[in-house]
Design a protein around this ligand. Sequence first.
Ligand code: PXG
Length: 440
Amino acid sequence: MPDTHRVPNDLESFWMPFTANRQFKARPRLLVAAKGMHYTSHDNRQILDGTAGLWCCNAGHGHPKIVGAIQAQAAEMDYAPAFQMGHPKAFELASRIAALFPGDLNRVFYTNSGSESVETALKIAIAYQRTIGQGTRTRLIGRERGYHGVNFGGISVGGIPNNRKFFGPMLGGVDHLRHTHLPDKNAFTRGEPAHGAELADDLERLVALHDASTIAAVIVEPVAGSTGVLIPPKNYLQRLRQICDKHGILLIFDEVITGFGRLGPAFAVEKFGVMPDIVTMAKGVTSGTVPMGAVIARQFIYDAFMSGPDHAIELFHGYTYSGHPLACAAGLATLDVYQQDGLFENATALSGYWEDAAHSLRSLPHVIDIRNLGIIAGIELEPIAGQPTKRAFDIFLRAYEKGLLIRTTGDIIALSPPLSLTKAHIDQMFGTLADLLKAA
Ligand code: PXG
């Protein structure tokens, strides 16, 4: 075996995900430490985290309670088999996640990422329909501009062209609702836009086209994040729920970014008062410290599987690392921190200040829309003619030089800092952006 310490350490071996590899490797941006609201860069600068990592570090970085819980768990028990065996923290965490949801959303299935949560939710939906004697219901409905991770089910129901077009035919039997972005009517709306609830009626059209007896489930992000922050029009989600009910279609909320206080309440389910049948989550469940995802299903879905002989496996699905002990320990400590530090309350309390700060950029050069909800903001810039994505990416690079981490997608800047933020952090974020936009 080669001595792996002696191979040259350069940047070439690592094929980086969703990254402009050549640009990055020419001018690397390495983060070497993190504490609270800040990263430390390799050149020893403090970088304000405007993105909670990738929408995941809702509790901020390096929280001593979470760090301690992970360290203790690693020493106590590294791993327990996930199939036909269990360990106490997996059950405890499932109960505590279920307690964050209303009604009978109370059966938790563990995964290791948002993408796996999506695949799990889609598979549970199709298998559920078959289990109740509706085996012709195999069709999945997603939405244009939707992001549901990068696995084949997720890109099939997803609606981001670049994430789909390279990867062949994907899943069959999928169709899409139109997206809800209506800039002519809704630009610069604070919070939920007034126009667009009727776009939910697309589902009626798809039912008319395909027949309800072929449709298993609809999946949407309550707030679409990756595509550049699209807030649902008032009553849109309610209307989608009604149409699903009318036709026996399951409604799946992909809450991978909206979960764990991002909108103030624990989940969008509570924020919008709409009850889906299945919810996906990841990211904030461990505040990004250990990879983990989960799916929560309503009890009637779980119960439908609990037939047949007692010794038989009811759902042929699961991952080696489903409910990994380190992730469960991190999850339990993270939920403690959310509660004890009042982070969801902090998000709710600051959401008005956040909204005002975001919309203060309205009249700056090239800003064509601003969208916000909870502690999320999307600032859409006019693309440079013939060079889409460049304007926002340049701002990203310059913000990083100025000590602020943002995310961009297309020409949209997305902000989603840890929920431990203060007014001073908000001032710094939007102040830095204002300076950069003025100078651009
Ligand atoms: N569903 C939704 C709604 C997501 O936002 C996933 C599924 C997939 O999660 P994993 O853990 O497999 O990556 C996501 C992920 C961004 C950004 O900057 C968003 C995500 C991931 C990375 C970057 O918008 N969302």
